[in-house]
Design a protein around this ligand. Structure first.
Ligand code: SAM
Length: 220
């Protein structure tokens, strides 16, 4: 699943036709509980699920799957050059790092020539709107161009959640300057079957503004 709209890889085929995933070495970055790796393994691919959070990987272990789980930072991947055919990430790591070029360069380094890196993030336009599912979430309340990160702190002032904003142009420049070729930018539309509301996500907003941006990048 690439994002809250519900677009899944069976429908999107951004990693290629599912039948061609068999035997492919795939790295999932910011895997969380490794849902994507579990699906990839079911297609016959050989996924490796990587996350910074030991806790998330414990969830992955509890749910199960016979593929490696790696606890590491996406900005310093513990793999040799050209180890993977594909790298993917559904809302993993990229929105949470101050310099996404570190992750992009690492993804490119571990990809074999011709390989793809497909990643989804919150669509940059959402930064300008309140994170509300109702009509209050439809009026611009902040500058789209303000790159000040969103930070939540605990009682001692320690950052416990940080999200970084990049404009669409920033993302394209990050991708190009990391040596990738951008081959597609998918903005999933909110489907009629999805009636769920979750956080700032809802059919009302989803029908009017994009929520997810999926970047399809290739290493030539
Ligand atoms: C929003 S969750 C997405 C999880 C999963 N991909 C999914 O589709 O449900 C983001 C994940 O990225 C991980 N993450 C954040 N920064 C990271 C980093 N620098 N390196 C690796 N993982 C990171 C978090 O620990 C978290 O599990």
């Amino acid at each position: 699943m690439w994002g809250p709209e519900g677009l899944d890889e069976v429908e999107a085929e951004l990693l290629g036709p599912p039948e061609e995933l068999k035997g492919k070495d795939v790295l999932e970055i910011g895997a969380g509980a490794a849902q994507c790796s579990r699906w990839l393994a079911a297609q016959g691919a050989r996924p490796v699920a990587l996350d910074l959070s030991h806790r998330q990987l414990q969830h992955a272990l509890r749910i199960g799957g016979s593929f490696p789980l790696v606890c590491a930072d996406a900005g310093a991947l513990p793999f040799a050059d050209a180890s993977f055919d594909l790298v993917c990430s559904a809302y993993g790591a990229l929105p949470f790092v101050a310099d996404p070029r570190l992750v992009l360069r690492e993804a490119r380094r571990v990809l074999r020539p011709g390989g793809r890196f497909v990643f989804s993030v919150t669509h940059p336009i959402r930064w300008a709107f309140p994170d509300e599912p109702g009509p209050e979430g439809l009026s611009v309340s902040a500058s789209y161009f303000d790159r000040t990160p969103y930070v939540e702190q605990d009682e001692d002032g320690r950052a416990v959640y940080v999200e970084h904003h990049r404009t669409l142009g920033d993302r394209v420049r990050d991708i190009a300057s990391s040596g990738f070729r951008l081959v597609d930018l998918v903005e999933p539309e909110w489907p009629a079957w999805n009636t769920s509301e979750w956080g700032g996500w809802s059919p009302l907003r989803g029908n009017l503004i994009p929520g997810t941006a999926i970047f399809v990048c290739e290493r030539d």
